[in-house]
Design a protein around this ligand. Structure first.
Ligand SMILES: Cc1ncc(COP(=O)(O)O)c(C=O)c1O
Length: 384
């Protein structure tokens, strides 16, 4: 008699599936659809970057790269992207990753043991929770108050016994950024409680407020506590290229690297040459996309101001608006499903944490006509 097979899924897979909040596409029979659900730039990758990759392939960059990243890209990261931090970083502080997602996952698996505790904002990007469940760790959530301020006393309480805090800055889904003053409080909590800090700066370069973006890398004293994850996906419209990098303490980088090489191996060589070109030569193209996003942010805000039922804050970063609506209208899954039937796709707030039960995420990474039409359709759904 043949033995029955064991489970087709590891315990880690079961843990991830049972708690994952990650988005699933809502199916609707409606064909005239406008999508405000998109999480990537609608622009093509700038030609200068595309040409650099083609040239690199022709020049023979078709072999394995070093696991930590090619010298050309690591050097460009050190000289451009993190130069502002002026911390005396060297190649030991950098790991080139398979997009932001792999950098984040490698950081989380490189640090956490089963039973560890992680502090997460609510709402926040849903990938972190899956990574934490993969590691067998658990989560404590904290939220900003209604005025948008962090409750640092509460965070300090929650930090007791925790190992890691993950911050998304600028935030997906709210577009909020962390100010220099708030960074000082986070840094104090991190140091006092012996925490590590993983800062996801996927939307670095996409901030619009009056005050400049303050990277976690610019905060004094975070040094050995800190890993920052960045990606070429958003700022350079390179989501399909799968290129990102980690910056931080060499010991944290080494741990992440051990995991990263296990899951991903070395990164596509020609893409890395193109990434170096993005950092060195695509500044103007990135600025042009940024200007379009900023304009669309204004457009979406003025359209949203016409919907009386909702509340929102003007986002300072990324390309999202986070709307709260009255609970009487139903859960975010129900409202997003009604919106889909009415021909506008949005993301349900619950995907980002329980605080999103009566919230929606709208993306303005789409053309102006879609923004106007999509928000008008949503307004009718919320008025019904
Ligand atoms: C906050 C945040 N971090 C990381 C990622 C993943 O980026 P990548 O496409 O480079 O894996 C995303 C993608 O939507 C994101 O929103």
């Amino acid at each position: 008699m043949n033995q029955p097979l064991p489970s087709f899924s590891s315990d880690a897979v079961v843990r991830i599936r049972s708690q994952s909040l990650r988005g699933r596409n809502l199916i609707s029979g409606v064909t005239d659809k406008v999508s405000l659900a998109i999480g990537e730039p609608d622009f093509d990758t700038p030609q200068v970057i595309v040409e650099a990759q083609i040239e690199a392939l022709r020049a023979g960059y078709t072999h394995y790269s070093p696991q930590e990243g090619r010298a050309e890209l690591v050097d460009a990261i050190l000289k451009t992207a993190v130069a502002v931090a002026d911390k005396g970083f060297s190649s030991e502080n950098i790991l080139v990753t398979h997009g932001g997602a792999a950098g984040l996952t490698a950081s989380i698996q490189g640090l956490l043991n089963p039973g560890d505790t992680v502090l997460l904002e609510d709402p926040t990007y849903s990938l972190y929770l899956d990574g934490i469940n993969l590691a067998g760790a658990s989560v404590r959530r904290f939220a900003r108050g209604e005025d948008g301020a962090f409750d640092f006393n509460r965070i300090e309480q929650d930090a007791k016994g925790a190992k890691l805090i993950i911050l998304c800055h600028p935030s997906n889904p709210t577009g909020a950024v962390i100010s220099r003053g708030e960074w000082t409080s986070f840094a104090d909590i991190v140091k006092r409680n012996g925490l590590f800090l993983l800062c996801d700066e996927a939307y670095e370069g996409l901030t619009y407020g009056d005050s400049p973006f303050v990277s976690a890398l610019d905060i004094d004293g975070l040094g050995e506590h800190l890993l920052v994850s960045r990606t070429f996906s958003k700022k350079y419209a390179m989501t399909g290229w799968r290129l990102g990098y980690l910056v931080g303490d060499p010991r944290l980088i080494a741990s992440a690297s051990t995991v990263h090489r296990t899951f991903n191996g070395a990164i596509n060589s020609a893409n890395q040459i193109a990434g170096a070109t993005a950092l060195r030569k695509a500044g103007e193209e990135a600025q042009a996309m940024w200007r379009r996003f900023d304009k669309r942010r204004g457009l979406m805000e003025s359209c949203l101001r016409k919907i009386p039922a909702i509340q929102f804050r003007r986002p300072d970063g990324a390309f999202y608006f986070w709307l709260q609506y009255p609970a009487g209208l139903g859960t975010s899954l129900e409202v997003a499903a009604r919106a889909a039937q009415a021909g506008v796709m949005v993301r349900r707030g619950e995907e980002f944490g329980s605080s999103g039960k009566y919230a929606l995420r709208l993306s303005y990474a789409t053309d102006e006509a879609s923004i106007v039409e999509g928000v008008a359709r949503l307004g009718r759904v919320l008025a019904d």
